[in-house]
Design a protein around this ligand. Structure first.
Ligand code: SF4
Length: 332
């Protein structure tokens, strides 16, 4: 794109994002197709938009893998799936006390929000749901952290029960575009995930739904996911980049570069100007030394500590990074 055309383009996407409407699919696709040299003016726009809507306070989330492995589903990127041969720890639902202890540990490391995550398409029984509800209540009141759950597909009724125990957020990723989803998962339908997001919205939860990038999807798929999330009016968008784990079908198949990751974050910020964009799994391996640029790209939060089955870097490195950038952790 020539200098004049680039200037007009940047002005248009800035205006559309600052108005709160967000950019359209065509402009989102252009963002993703820009050469590396254009990343710097693009970051100027995305940072302006992030600061306008969200300021300089960064949301820090942490998770516990409360039930690991043994999943009935076959998501190609996931080390816990039925077709993964990855060597991971597998265990049933943790005791309430273990979840609370994990939350205390996360708070000590600087997290403001804590999520209980379980493998599988849904909670198996009401006893498990009760145990998670008890943990949610104690994490909210005793530990003093906002809570989130990622328990697969939950009915509006079950979400209401958890909300009554003090839950704030429900997480359920769509993962990728509707058309590409069957290449990644064959054991359930995309519409089930869309329904889960709608149920969470209808129940009145703060809804966190996003996806994973670098799994073989096209730029069009990335934009389609962004537009679907906009239609669903999600509150927060977790962004994962593939960390190809040995033993999973996608091992050795990730072709993301740090600049590609940054453009994905920019595209999401400009499509969703006022929403949270939280950078989660795969940050360290894909962005490497450019991790600090995620906030200029438009991220308003990041996951700190360990991921589901892989280790993150020390939380103190992340806290120092945001301080060095003149940013600060957000009081939720
Ligand atoms: S992403 Fe979730 S549903 Fe899919 S295989 Fe992994 S744990 Fe199971």
């Amino acid at each position: 794109m020539g200098g004049d055309r680039m200037g007009v383009f940047l002005e248009r996407i800035r205006e559309n994002a600052m108005s709160g409407r967000g950019i359209n699919a065509e402009d989102a696709l252009t963002v993703l197709s820009l050469p590396q040299v254009e990343i710097w003016p693009l970051l100027t726009v995305s940072e302006t938009v992030r600061r306008h809507f969200k300021g300089d306070q960064i949301r820090l989330c942490s998770i516990v893998n409360a039930k690991s492995g043994l999943c009935s589903e076959d998501c190609a990127f996931c080390s816990q799936s039925s077709r993964s041969k990855a060597s991971i720890e597998k265990y049933p639902l943790m005791e309430e006390e273990e979840m609370v202890m994990a939350a205390r540990d996360a708070k000590r490391r600087g997290a403001g929000e804590f999520s209980i995550v379980t493998s599988g398409l849904s909670m198996h029984n009401s006893r498990e749901l009760e145990r998670v509800g008890n943990a949610v209540e104690r994490i909210r009141t005793d530990v003093g952290l906002e809570t989130c759950v990622s328990l697969g597909t939950l009915s509006a009724e079950n979400i209401s029960v958890l909300l009554s125990r003090g839950l704030r957020s429900v997480h359920h990723n769509l993962e990728t575009a509707r058309g590409f989803f069957p290449s990644i998962c064959t054991t359930h339908d995309y519409e089930e995930d869309v329904r889960a997001v709608r149920e969470a919205k209808a129940a009145g939860a703060w809804v966190c739904s996003g996806g994973i990038f670098g799994i073989g999807e096209t730029a069009e798929d990335r934009v389609e996911l962004a537009m679907t999330l906009r239609e669903l009016d999600v509150d927060s968008i977790p962004v994962n980049f593939l960390n190809p784990i040995e033993g999973t079908p996608l091992d050795g198949k990730c072709d993301l570069t740090p600049f590609c990751c940054l453009k994905i974050i920019v595209m999401l910020r400009l499509c969703h100007p006022s929403r949270e964009i939280i950078v989660c799994g795969g940050r360290e391996v894909n962005l490497r030394d450019l991790q600090g640029l995620i906030f200029a790209a438009g991220a308003t939060g990041m996951m700190i500590g360990n991921y589901l089955t892989t280790a993150g870097r020390p939380a103190e490195d992340d806290l120092r990074m945001i301080e060095d950038l003149g940013l600060g952790p957000r009081a939720l």
